[in-house]
Design a protein around this ligand. Structure first.
Ligand code: ADP
Ligand code: MG
Length: 623
């Protein structure tokens, strides 16, 4: 018997591996099954070029045997096997990937499927086993060899008996510890569920002896147990199947089997791309917002598979933030496989796939909007906010992708409309795309600021979410039309009212009001926009009153203020009283001024700065 030491650096890696890299110990099974599947692949590829070899699919499989009493788990394959040298080479040195070497040697084209190019998968067995024994007989060889190790000191290799070509990995499963249950790796249900999770789409059958019970012969109520070999993986994944063979129900079942959500998806997107990068994907647009969607806990990402094996549960790199609601899976056999997230992040192939996916999602959403409006509106109700965030963030970099997906409630249509619809029916003389901001549609309906624009017959978009105005400021324009708040100083609308005169004529009055309200408003003016209401606030500059509200509601907000203008309707009876007061009773005038300002605040949904004073002031005019 030969006794060999692991190489020094290998020892370190082994230790690191066992103790830290894999947080989920269960993946050892994924790795061993992948190796078995690789080994069968190798025979398959050899058979392609070697006429003396026949590849009869039925003879190739992976078999798992669990022996609870002896704490033994065996993973057997009918693959290419290993010679004595290969056992030494491939299992003696960590991070020397035999798969990679094979690939190089055979100059396999990309697209051929060999899992595992990192060269540490095999050692994950030591996470769950005290001793790992590998019995293997290589293709074309007469002898078989046994490799054995406890993962610490080193390993031994000696000749042994084995009838057929292939490999058996024999694990002596560890005893349970306080915080780790190893028994479960010998349980049928657990093995099945791990295989389902990671290796369901390995293309060779994975067999397991499954315990079943049947009625005893001649008995009516007595059962007996028996075992039957069962194939526990489904082999052909949904995303590799032909779209035409699949029904809507197949997709919906997949969606719920995968626990993507409790709802039914609004739309599925089945993609098969062959080109600079090849991949298959099934993506879903959910109908309902997951309960944690707008929280920090929500983690975006798609499942990532390579060669039928799950690589990553949530690959975030595959989705931009603004499409973070998309669920689904991507499989690409072009990826260089790594267990490390960092490395995957820089993968060029992955970036290409991500870009491709982004465009597909965008197109599908556009189609939905065009052809299935009702569905789109449902989607928009759940995830529209995310699209608007997408416009606002990254300095507006994603404007072009997202702007045509936006919708807002329209004053005219009384329903959601797109920006394109708005612009296409703008009267020629209308300069801007008008919007009004408020907590709800009902509230905006009653805003005095909308009066002039509405009287002109122009459509107004209602912004009822905090993010709306911020997003639109980032957008700035749509099809060359600027956005303008109905509360902004300049509405770009010609009026017959000569407010300039009104301002001139009442100069003294406005000056005095301004003095009373100093520090609160930047100016007091005769209003162009008011028809029926006595007062309103408007703003000048970049920051609107609504934005001030949003910013103020954030934690650690600085004291930011919009430049407010108090606008007075000089045609309103209240204005007459104001004028009268100025002539007769200056205290009353000041009181009216304060009250009008407080009213304007309340209409805006802003708090009056001193509610007690406000209430006292009202009492004063009643007495
Ligand atoms: P990787 O699979 O990334 O190459 P592993 O540590 O999983 O790294 O396996 C190391 C090598 O051992 C494989 O490349 C392969 O050559 C060999 N090997 C492992 N398991 C088997 C098996 N069941 N049959 C044949 N060769 C195997
Ligand atoms: Mg491997």
């Amino acid at each position: 018997m030969e006794k060999k030491q692991f190489k020094a650096e290998s020892k370190k890696i082994l230790d690191l591996m066992i103790n830290s890299i894999y947080t989920h110990k269960e993946i050892f099974l994924r790795e061993l099954i992948s190796n078995a599947s690789d080994a069968i692949d190798k025979i398959y590829y050899k058979a392609l070029t070697d006429d003396s070899l026949k590849f009869d699919k039925d003879n190739y499989y992976i078999k798992i045997i669990a022996d609870k009493d002896n704490r033994i788990l065996k993973i057997c394959d009918t693959g290419i096997g290993m010679t004595k040298e290969e056992l030494d080479d491939n299992l003696g040195v960590i991070a020397k990937s035999g798969s990679l070497a094979f690939k190089e040697a055979n100059k396999l084209k990309d697209g051929y499927d060999i899992i595992g190019q990192f060269g540490v998968g095999f050692y994950s067995a030591f996470m769950v086993a005290d001793t790992v024994t590998v019995v293997s007989k290589a293709l074309g060889s007469e002898e078989a060899y046994k490799w054995e190790s406890n993962g610490v000191e080193g390993y031994t290799i000696e000749p042994c008996k084995k009838d057929s070509v292939g490999t058996e990995i024999i694990l002596k499963i560890k005893q349970n510890t306080e915080d780790e249950n190893f028994d479960e790796y010998l349980e049928e249900y657990r093995i099945k569920s791990i295989v389902k999770k990671y290796s369901d789409f390995v293309r060779y059958p994975i067999k397991l002896d499954v315990t079943k019970s049947k009625l005893k012969e001649g008995s009516e109520d007595e059962y007996e147990e028996y075992t039957e070999e069962e194939v526990i993986n489904s082999m052909v994944p949904l995303w590799r199947k032909n779209k035409n063979e699949l029904t809507e129900e197949d997709y919906e079942n997949f969606y719920s089997e995968k626990h993507y959500g409790f709802d039914k998806p609004i739309k599925h997107i089945h993609i098969s791309v062959d080109g600079a990068v090849s991949y298959n994907a099934i993506l879903f647009i959910p109908e309902k917002t997951p309960y944690d969607f707008y929280t920090k806990e929500y983690e975006k990402g798609l499942e990532l598979y390579s060669n039928g094996v799950l690589i990553m549960n949530k690959c975030g790199e595959l989705l931009p933030d603004y499409f973070s609601f998309v669920k689904g899976i991507v499989e690409s056999d072009d990826l260089s496989l790594n267990i490390s997230r960092e490395l995957l992040q820089h993968d060029r192939q992955l970036k290409l796939i991500a870009k491709n996916i982004k465009n597909k999602i965008k197109n599908e959403l556009s189609n939905l909007l065009k052809n299935q409006r009702e569905k789109y509106e449902k989607f928009y109700e759940s995830f529209g906010r995310q699209l608007k965030y997408g416009i606002y963030t990254e300095f507006g970099m994603n404007k072009d992708i997202l702007q045509d997906l936006l919708m807002f409630y329209s004053s005219k249509e009384k329903k959601m409309v797109t920006l394109d619809e708005y612009v296409s029916r703008m009267p020629e003389e209308q300069k801007y795309i008008y919007y009004a901001v408020g907590d709800s549609i009902e509230r905006i309906d009653r805003l005095p600021q909308t009066e002039l624009v509405a009287d002109k017959g122009y459509e107004i978009l209602y912004f009822t979410e905090d993010i709306d105005e911020f997003a639109i400021k980032m957008l700035a324009k749509y099809k060359d039309k600027e956005f303008r708040s109905v509360a902004s100083g300049d509405l770009g609308i010609e009026t017959d009212e000569n407010t300039n005169n009104a301002n001139e004529e009442n100069k003294e009055l406005f000056e005095r009001m301004k003095k009373v309200l100093s520090g609160k408003v930047k100016d007091v003016r005769a209003s162009k926009r008011l028809k029926r209401h006595p007062v309103c606030l408007s703003s000048e500059g970049e920051l609107s009153i609504e934005m001030e509200k949003v910013l103020k509601s954030m934690p650690n907000s600085e004291d930011i203020k919009a430049d407010k203008i108090l606008e007075i309707n000089v045609k309103h009876d209240v204005f007459k009283s104001l004028k009268e007061a100025l002539d007769k009773d200056e205290d009353k005038f000041d009181l009216y001024t304060r009250l009008l300002y407080d009213q304007a605040l309340l209409i805006e949904g802003l708090p009056v700065s001193d509610p007690v004073e406000f209430s006292n002031n009202i009492c004063k005019i009643m007495m």
